[in-house]
Write a protein that binds this ligand. Structure first.
Ligand SMILES: NC(=O)c1ccc[n+]([C@@H]2O[C@H](COP(=O)([O-])OP(=O)(O)OC[C@H]3O[C@@H](n4cnc5c(N)ncnc54)[C@H](OP(=O)(O)O)[C@@H]3O)[C@@H](O)[C@H]2O)c1
Length: 270
């Protein structure tokens, strides 16, 4: 891979491909995370809401790797807003994981999932202040947000001390999020690409398949490589070892011409 690490604005680095664990049940998470670690992933993405932190943490702790050599991300549930509420949820996450610090903690979304778009600015500011405290206390190496639009980030910039270090957003071929990417770049915020395969929906696209053949790669590899070409950090998820291996074998570069062809693909999720 050409770029092994992204660097946050506080100097901390993060491996440039993360292993996603959404929709992996707790019972399966142990084997999936173990497979990922065995095959070279050193960056694991989970969340309290995924209800698998317990076995994600156990897999990491049981594996023959030092804690400092694995980058672990978790998230404050979208419906939990407020200062004390955030401190409490963070404690729950650390307990679930069986760890004494996190590498990255994110506000999962600016609004609860059952009230998408609701204005929770005050709650997000209160949560962010709690995350700043946890960061200043050394309990988290980096702090960030997820699913935040420009206005949501701007509210934190206007009212808080620490500029978010990451924004984890849906990003895949067909969903380029250009304005948000430009804004994040301007503020030195690393963009993490979640659902880099559009949760699998992208993989049968004829243009993607045709371009993948040219590179002797799979559609998944081109889709993940595309995120890196756009300077975003992909978080592919799989529970199958063959795919887990494939998803980080990305030793090729997509030409400008092929990137332009991929850019023309419409959002498969409409
Ligand atoms: N912050 C947020 O709100 C948020 C939201 C969504 C996702 N995320 C994060 O981003 C991660 C990835 O997103 P995602 O789970 O939506 O999905 P994704 O990585 O875009 O796609 C996963 C799907 O593609 C399949 N797949 C994976 N690799 C493949 C390959 N090489 N060939 C064919 N099929 C393949 C998987 O099936 P199998 O598992 O059966 O192999 C699964 O059905 C999540 O796990 C989570 O960590 C964050």
């Amino acid at each position: 891979m050409s770029k092994e690490l992204f660097t946050f604005h506080n100097g901390v680095t993060i491996p440039s491909i993360g292993f996603g664990t959404w929709q992996i049940p707790n019972e399966e998470a142990y084997d999936s995370v173990t497979m990922a670690l065995k095959n070279g992933y050193t960056h694991i993405d989970t969340a309290l809401a995924y209800q698998n932190e317990e076995n994600v943490g156990k897999a990491i702790r049981d594996f023959d790797i030092a804690r400092k050599d694995v980058f672990v991300t978790s998230k404050l549930p979208a419906q939990i807003k407020g200062y004390q509420e955030t401190l409490d949820a963070f404690d729950e996450t650390l307990t679930n994981l069986g760890m004494d610090y996190l590498d990255l903690y994110l506000i999962h979304a600016p609004w609860p999932w059952n009230e998408i778009g609701k204005d929770c600015t005050e709650g997000n500011i209160a949560s962010w202040k709690a995350m700043e405290k946890l960061y200043n206390d050394g309990k988290i190496k980096t702090i960030g947000v997820s699913n935040f639009e420009i206005k949501d980030i701007q509210a934190l910039l206007d009212n808080c001390d620490i500029v978010p270090m990451a924004n984890q957003i849906p990003f895949y071929i067909g969903r380029d999020q250009k304005d948000l990417l430009d804004f994040c770049k301007k503020h030195d915020i690393v963009v993490e690409a979640y659902s880099p395969l559009a949760t699998g929906q992208l993989l049968d696209h004829p243009v993607l398949k045709e371009i993948a053949e040219k590179y002797d790669a799979t559609p998944a590899q081109v889709a993940i490589r595309y995120c890196l070409e756009k300077d975003t950090l992909p978080l592919p998820k799989s529970t199958h070892e063959k795919r887990i291996i494939e998803n980080r074998e990305l030793n090729f570069e997509i030409s400008a011409e092929d990137l332009a062809a991929l850019d023309k693909i419409e959002d498969v999720r409409g």
